[in-house]
Design a protein around this ligand. Structure first.
Ligand SMILES: NC(=O)c1ccc[n+]([C@@H]2O[C@H](COP(=O)([O-])OP(=O)(O)OC[C@H]3O[C@@H](n4cnc5c(N)ncnc54)[C@H](OP(=O)(O)O)[C@@H]3O)[C@@H](O)[C@H]2O)c1
Length: 302
């Protein structure tokens, strides 16, 4: 099959592209600049030059594909509302194009804040628009509704840390925040938990999702139900030599103001299961755990 991928040059998209090519598919990746285009070509993908800021232009590559995987997102959290609006505009263009074709539309979502603290989020608990933690989750409901229009939409709700060597996401920011604050810190009493998944396991799941997940399914890219922040902080301390303790009130704002956006996410305690996903798609996570990746020095070396 020939899949069009937005965000193909990103952290998860690079692994998804490699996984799909290894499974014998063709990949056309969206690239917004020369560097990303070169990266995609070197990986063996075709390139479509464009931007998610011009959603109409994405109709042609979507139409020429056997399905679309939408991973691109603007992660500048100072412009989060605009990024969510752009995301919905991209979804609209692509879903209008795929309507009536039964082709797959696999898109990124998240498990963080999907259920209340202490409740294990499962794939069969629908998002409640009244209590949703992030307005981005509403885009998930919007896209899943396209099943009624002859699309096969599949939400892949990623753990908040999709970890591995080379990660530049939340976990890399967490370590940088600790270094700036001078402490391997945690928010609250450290019993907060985050689900986690290795990038290679996440990529394998996206491939299975585009190949065979049923219309309107929500699958969880989650290998570990909840890793305690105290355990994460201790692993960061082992790798950096920083002291472990809770962040003092106002400490991040004073010493690491560039990471204040992250403090909010660290305060969210989340648990999520992937038992339904594993049964549905025959997916078994096999790669390193988050603490193993931290102890391997992938985040703390250098
Ligand atoms: N990583 C995680 O732990 C995690 C957890 C939960 C959910 N997610 C979601 O999973 C998806 C993939 O995440 P990721 O970690 O792979 O993100 P990432 O590494 O930041 O990659 C983002 C991708 O989007 C592309 N992009 C950004 N703005 C664009 C624009 N204006 N036009 C075209 N392309 C643009 C980037 O292109 P360039 O390569 O040119 O920059 C890159 O390919 C995102 O929707 C993310 O929110 C990720």
């Amino acid at each position: 099959m020939k899949y069009f991928i937005t965000g193909a040059s990103g952290w998860i998209g690079t692994a998804v592209t490699a996984e799909l090519l290894a499974r014998g598919h063709q990949v056309v990746g969206l690239a917004r600049n020369d560097d990303s285009a070169a990266k995609l070509r070197a990986a063996g993908a075709e390139v479509f030059r464009g931007s998610i800021d011009d959603p109409d232009a994405l109709r042609a590559p979507a139409d020429a594909s056997d399905g679309v995987i939408h991973l691109a997102f603007n992660h500048d959290f100072s412009a989060h509302s605009a990024a969510i609006a752009t995301d919905q505009a991209v979804m609209t263009s692509i879903l209008d194009t795929l309507a009536g074709s039964d082709r797959p539309f696999v898109f990124a979502s998240g498990v963080l804040g999907r259920a209340g603290a202490g409740i294990v989020a499962t794939e069969d608990i629908a998002i409640d628009p009244a209590t949703v933690a992030s307005p981005r989750a509403l885009n998930e409901l919007f896209a899943l509704a396209s099943a009624e229009r002859g699309v096969r939409p599949v939400a892949v709700a990623f753990a908040p840390t999709v970890h591995g060597e080379g990660d530049h996401g939340f976990m890399a920011a967490y370590v940088a925040m600790d270094r700036a604050a001078g402490v391997a810190g945690y928010v609250g009493d450290g019993t907060n938990t985050w689900p986690a998944v290795h990038r290679a396991d996440a990529a394998a799941l996206v491939a299975l999702a585009v190949e065979k997940a049923p219309p309107a399914s929500v699958v969880h890219a989650v290998a570990e139900q909840g890793v305690r922040h105290l355990d994460i902080a201790e692993a960061i301390a082992r790798g950096t030599g920083l002291p472990v303790r809770a962040f003092d009130t106002g400490e991040v704002a004073a010493k690491a103001p560039q990471f204040q956006w992250l403090e909010r996410f660290l305060g969210v305690s989340s648990l999520a299961s992937s038992a339904i996903t594993q049964r549905l798609l025959g997916w078994t996570p096999t790669h390193a755990t988050l603490i193993e990746d931290l102890d391997a020095g992938h985040y703390t070396r250098g």
